[in-house]
Design a protein around this ligand. Structure first.
Ligand code: ZN
Ligand code: ZN
Length: 293
């Protein structure tokens, strides 16, 4: 005999058959008001990283990686939207390996939260610096114009997705990082430029040790020397120089789906900085990743 609850569930689904299928768990549950594509249950179990414990790599738990010495870190910091729990691994697997592209807008919006966090932190820092320089250089009268200008919200100048190899691209049909970056790009009005290319195909990283990954990744990326791409970069840097009153280096964010050991981001940042130097500029590089393991 069927239980009363299962009978009621069935009756409810007959009364309101329009309850949408949750993009995460596939069940028809009450949709989350904030994230209507997923159910309330899935929404409440998203392991958001609200306060990163490691300020460098954005990890939510104690982090031995950043204290080890690997020479200067080529990025200012990484920020991730969620902790890479088994639930999030399942979602990323659906998106990346099983090609469920319908997840891209939602995961992109989640990544945008990490952007908001980074923006908040950087804006706070910017304001602090402005206040301090005002205090020490000329306390009276406060230079309002400068203060106002520099207390504006911090904004990145460019988004650069981590490229995938031609082999992966034909397997998957899309670059998962590019799709995520697209969402942030549209929401924030930050252009996305393919400034990096993959120089060779690296085997799956998931089964390798940290040391193997670092060695493998070292030469996996290079700056994109396509003339059209370089031209857009140059135009972007030029327009920045004429419009920006404040002399701040270009703020570039590398976007990827996951940050594991940081070897990919590190290799990308080095290749990107090299490309920027070839254009006579020194950028400040950040990274934004959907999950942090
Ligand atoms: Zn669900
Ligand atoms: Zn760290």
């Amino acid at each position: 005999m069927r239980s009363l609850t299962s009978w009621m569930k069935q009756a409810r689904s007959l009364i309101s058959p329009s309850q949408p299928e949750c993009l995460f768990c596939g069940r028809r549950g009450r949709p989350s008001p904030e994230w209507p594509e997923i159910c309330l249950h899935c929404q409440s179990s998203i392991p958001w990283i609200r306060v990163p414990r490691c300020q460098t790599c954005g990890r939510h738990v104690g982090c031995p990686d950043c204290s080890r010495s690997h020479g200067p870190i080529p990025i200012r910091c990484n920020r991730s939207a969620v902790a890479y729990t088994s639930e999030m691994r399942e979602i990323l697997g659906q998106y990346k390996y099983r090609g469920n592209e319908r997840l891209a807008p939602l995961l992109g919006l989640m990544l945008d939260r990490a952007y908001a966090l980074l923006q908040q932190e950087q804006s706070g820092q910017q304001l602090n610096e402005a206040l301090q320089s005002n205090f020490f250089s000329k306390p009276f009268p406060i230079r309002h114009s400068k203060l106002r200008m520099r207390s504006n919200l911090w904004q990145a100048d460019l988004l650069v997705p981590v490229p995938v190899s031609a082999v992966r691209l034909s397997e998957r049909g899309f670059n998962q990082a590019e799709r995520l970056a697209e969402v942030v790009s549209l929401r924030r009005g930050i252009p996305q430029l393919p400034l990096l290319v993959r120089t060779h195909h690296t085997a799956k990283q998931s089964f390798k040790s940290r040391r193997e990954r670092l060695a493998d990744m070292k030469h996996a990326f290079a700056g994109n020397t396509d003339s059209a791409v370089l031209q857009s970069l140059k135009e972007h840097l030029d327009s920045r120089a004429t419009h920006q009153l404040e002399q701040r280096p270009p703020q570039i964010i590398i976007v990827d789906d996951i940050y594991t050991t940081g070897s990919t981001i590190r290799a990308c940042a080095e290749a990107l900085q090299q490309l920027c130097r070839s254009q006579n500029c020194l950028a400040e590089i950040y990274s934004l990743t959907w999950a942090r393991s």
